[in-house]
Design a protein around this ligand. Sequence first.
Ligand code: HEM
Length: 316
Amino acid sequence: MHIKVYKYLIYKIFLKGIACLKAVSEIEEVALSRHTIPKCIWKLQRWLQIGLEKKCKVDEENISRFLHRCITYIKVNEDVDESHSCFIKELMREGLGKGEKTEKYITDTALNLLLAGNGTISTGLTWFFWLVSTHPIVEAKIIQEIKDNYLAQQENSITNLSMEDFDKLVYLHGAICEALRLYPPVAYQHKCAVKSDVLPSGDHVRANTKLISSFYAMGRMEEIWGEDCLEFKPERWIADNGQIIHVPSYKFITFNAGPRSCIGKGISFVEMKMVAVSMLWKFHIQVVEGHSVTPRISVLLRMEHGLKVNISKRCI
Ligand code: HEM
C-alpha cells in the first residue's frame, strides 16, 4: 500500500515538481529584468500579457498548481506516515484552529520559502564543491575532521548525524562561510528610499532613489577582509581556541543585515553541511578539465555553464 502511495507521489508530485523548479528559475530571470526595465514598462507588459511578463504569469500558475497539489496530497494522506514531515505539513498543522491561516496563507508562505530557499542553497553548494575540489588541502582537512570526530563509525556510513554532530565540524563550517563570502548566492541587494535620507557615509539620498549594493564586492574588499581577501581560507573563521569566530552580519553580508535579514540562515548551514558531509565522505569530486567556471548574470549567482565534474568513490 505504502509503495503504491509513494509511486503516486513520485509521479504526480516529484515529476511535476521539476516543471515547477523550471518555473522558479524562469521567475528569477523576470526578477532580474525588472531591475533594468522601467517599472511603467514592465507593468504595461504584465497588463498586456506580453514578453517575459507573460512567461512569468504562466510560471506563477505552474508553481501555484504544484503547491496546491502538494497541499491536497498531504491533506488526503495525512495519516500515511506520521514520522515523515515537511514544511507544508508543519504550516498546515500550525494553521489548524487559527482562522486566518487559510490555504492561501499556506500556499503564499510555501511559495515564499520555495523561492527564497531553493536556488540559494544549490548555488552556494555548487561554488562550495568547486572551491573544495580545487583546494585539495581543504578537502583533506574536511575529511580528517569527520574522522577525528568519529562521525563515520559503522562501516564507513555517515547517516543519522545529529545537530550536535554537525556543530563539531568547525573547519567545515569555516569552509562553507568562506564559499558564501566569496560567492554569495544573492550577489546584490536592491533598496529604494521611501523618503529622502542621509546615509551614514554622509551621502544624501532623495525619495524613490534606487540603491544597489554588491554583496559579491563586499565579500572581496581588502578594507573588510584584509590582504588575503581573495583567498579561500576556512582558517579565517576559526579562533586560536578552535572555536568559530562570530562575524557580525554587517561584515559577513551574505545573508543580509538588519530587519530584512534572511530567516533561513540557520537551516541553510544545516542543509549545506548535510550535503557536504554525505558527498565528500563517500566521493571525490574532480572538475572536468577545461570546464569554464564563470558566474552568470542573474538574480542568483549561478554558474554560467553549471559545474561539470567527474565523481569517483573515495577510498578512506
Ligand atoms: C545559502 C543560502 C541562503 C542565502 C545566501 C540567503 C540570502 C538571503 C538574503 C540576502 C536575503 C535578503 C533579501 C533581500 O531583502 O533583498 C534573504 C531573505 C530571505 N530568506 Fe534567505 N538565503 C538563503 C537560504 C534561505 C532558506 C533556506 C530559506 C528558507 C527556508 C530562506 C528564506 C528567506 C526569507 C523568507 C527571506 C525574506 C526575509 C524578509 O524579507 O523578511 N533563505 N535571504
